[in-house]
Design a binder for this molecule. Sequence first.
Ligand code: PLP
Ligand code: SF4
Length: 331
Amino acid sequence: MSLAHESAGVPPWQQAMAAAYRRPEELLAELGLDPGNIHTAMPDFPLRVPHSYVRRMRCGDPQDPLLLQVLPQADEHHRVAGFTDDPVGDLASARRPGLLRKYTGRALIITTGACAVHCRYCFRRAFPYHENLSDSTFTGVLDELRRDTSIREVILSGGDPLSLSDRRLEALLQALDTIPHVRRIRLHTRTPVVLPERVDAPLLRVLAQLRKPLVTVLHCNHANEIDAAVADAVAGLRARSAAVLNQSVLLRGINDSPDALVDLSEALFAAGVLPYYLHQLDPVAGAAHFAVDDDRARACVTGAAARLPGYLVPRLVREVAGADAKLPLQT
Ligand SMILES: *Cc1c(COP(=O)(O)O)cnc(C)c1O
Ligand code: SF4
């Protein structure tokens, strides 16, 4: 890192985020892959992937499970019945701009539309962030959270809340920390997995100030995503969290086998993370090629459960608009 950048006060993680790959041809060249296989992304959801995540991909393997999560494919452009822009009823559950209310006692804040990575299967890939977020959004959201004493738990989501600057994140967390009826704060983030340098000393200082218990829920889909830098980031988060959990999405060709799920759970545990949910894909337009049918999904989890201690088996669930919880798929 150059001294010029340091003196400009741009933290290394923000530089890394800004330097992410955005052009498929550059990414493919880096991996020694044929640039003839480039497909254009939707203009509002372009390729975005940090260098450190790309370093965990296998060179020369077009089926690499990390690459498949981020590389736009021709299939994205196919319209498939049942796959829509608002697959889990987010719009209907908006209590006010930036605040979703679906489940008893819990409220979810859309903190930002930005992410360090663009996951092709993202259920909020078409979320109208610009209509939901403005400079005054947090003020209104906080007023509502203070007013509604039924809220026990506040979830910071997005986008990815760790895309916020430390200053904005600190202001939001500090405000939540002073609301008497809020018992726990949850941080839902994929950033420590895709850009572990985000979990730096200043961020950990922000989290250490909280008096309420913090529950950190990561989003990791494959054992190859966890390297030494991710394990370090998790160690930092563990020291400041009451629990560090993980949710995954079941993705065709990426983690839809008992072997892949066993390896993922073992790698998570080795890093100090417990599996929480394994989500059936939300039917978002452009992601149908990642779908795994329910029978196969159950078989993957049953196969993994035969080889893992119970506490390392994630709960296989589907989100259904209007339901009062994430619904388990019976296995
Ligand atoms: C998934 C979700 C939650 C959290 O549900 P848990 O089952 O507690 O993990 C809360 N609010 C919204 C809007 C959600 O989508
Ligand atoms: S990090 Fe999460 S919110 Fe962001 S693109 Fe990936 S799945 Fe979507």
